[in-house]
Design a protein around this ligand. Sequence first.
Ligand code: NZQ
Ligand code: ZN
Length: 380
Amino acid sequence: MNQFVFHNPTKVIFGQGCISNIGEELARAGFRKILLTAGGGSIRKNGVYSQVVASLGEAGVEWEEFWGITPNPDLAKVRAGVEAARACKAEALLSVGGGSVIDATKAMAAGCREDDIWAFIAQSIPVHDALPHFTVLTISATGSEMNPFAVVTNEAELKKWPLIGPALFPRVTIIDPSVQLSLPWQQTVNGAVDAISHVLEFYFLGSDQETTLAIDEALLRTVIKAAEALREDPADLAQRSNLAWAATLALNGLSGAQFDGGDWTSHTLEHAVSALHPEVAHGAGLAVLFPAWIAQVHPQHSAIFDRWARNVFGATDANAGLEALVATYHRWGAPLTLGELGLTREEIPTLVELATQGRRVGRVALLEPHEVRAIYERAF
Ligand code: NZQ
Ligand code: ZN
């Protein structure tokens, strides 16, 4: 039984209509001037922006705005955001959007206190000081709304790497699942695949940690059931809520509490893909690469993969479980090959180098670069 620390300081306010709380939360914490950060404009179309600014106005919180954070956010945008926050003397940041907006804003929050934010990423230095950060989540996928991680791409070096540290936990997160009714189906799928992948990054390290294994199986079944229901009826608010809360719990410390940090090979392989191709959505890349990783490693670790297959899919063994996972993603319209995502086999050596930096990766199986290459090859 591993030792572990579970500590999550983020306050979550969850439910339809709860965006109206954001102004009061900021005002009660003593913040009078903030920078609101956002992506490409979805929040203007679905009414989230107007709800947020109405709440800020009522609470007497002044704000400036920083728009245009793209999916798979890059360092240049983070640096521009730091300048914007400093220029308006923001006392706190408020991100309104998905994982990309939240992650970029976490990096900005750290960058407001530390000059060279890439040094923290490149040298894996934990962030202990950052501007306070509040979030209004609009797509359930990453868990960023309740965790201490941000993923940023250094576009010059093609490195999409994590920034980690206790100061990156959002202070308060608002999750109103009804604002996700405006999501295109493929974005809903990306979110479900990402949440499933987060649980699996931990789960396969398990053996006798019954509490966390059982929680994780429940999260996996819940995400799959919710996504299946939303495929039939995208307006099913109860299932949007189930998916949203499960996705948050999938990467807030709970799902990995007994698993000593997790494996993260599939994520490392996916981050290499979206560093090279920022147009590829994180969840879409995972839908291809996680099954390829399972196919490669499960024969050496059959007991935990058999348990997963049985308890999540009612399947007889790991092979049948893998088939069920791929069939599920196929039914949802997720991509099944890297070719469908616009990649070519000629890019495999670059991907291997970006993912491994010439070193071994993984925990469930410690993989040599040539084994990573074999996973990418399986994914075409
Ligand atoms: O930019 P806008 O206009 O807001 O549109 C977004 C974006 O195009 C749109 N969208 C969001 N909410 C919407 C909506 N469209 C309609 N209605 C809504 N309610 O969806 C698109 C995707 O948004 P994005 O924020 O990129 O998605 P996601 O939440 O999946 O975030 C992905 C990023 O997070 C990183 C990924 O690598 C990727 O860069 N991750 C962050 C993690 C973390 N911080 O813990 C862990 C993850 O494993 C992941 O690596
Ligand atoms: Zn992920």
